[in-house]
Design a binder for this molecule. Structure first.
Ligand SMILES: [Zn+2]
Ligand SMILES: [Zn+2]
Length: 77
């Protein structure tokens, strides 16, 4: 799979199609789409939460769909 070619690992955002460095964005744990920083996290605060505190990466669209904002935050199960 050419996706993981070393040194060239870039991903395209599923929403805006922008090519980004995967450390900037990621995969939504809900819809499994690959999204850029803007469309995955939306805000810097949210991004830090995911990066520093291990909060689940949930894209801005899935968060709107589940506004409780409790998705995977320990409330489930
Ligand atoms: Zn995007
Ligand atoms: Zn999503």
């Amino acid at each position: 799979m050419p996706f993981f070619r070393e040194g060239m690992f870039k991903a395209d955002c599923d929403v805006c199609g922008v090519r980004f460095d995967p450390v900037q964005g990621g995969v939504c744990t809900v819809c499994k789409r690959i999204l850029c920083r803007t469309h995955l996290h939306g805000s810097l605060a949210r991004r830090l939460k995911v990066t520093l505190f291990g909060a689940p990466a949930v894209c801005i669209y899935c968060r709107v769909a589940a506004p409780r904002d409790a998705v995977g935050q320990g409330a489930a199960r």
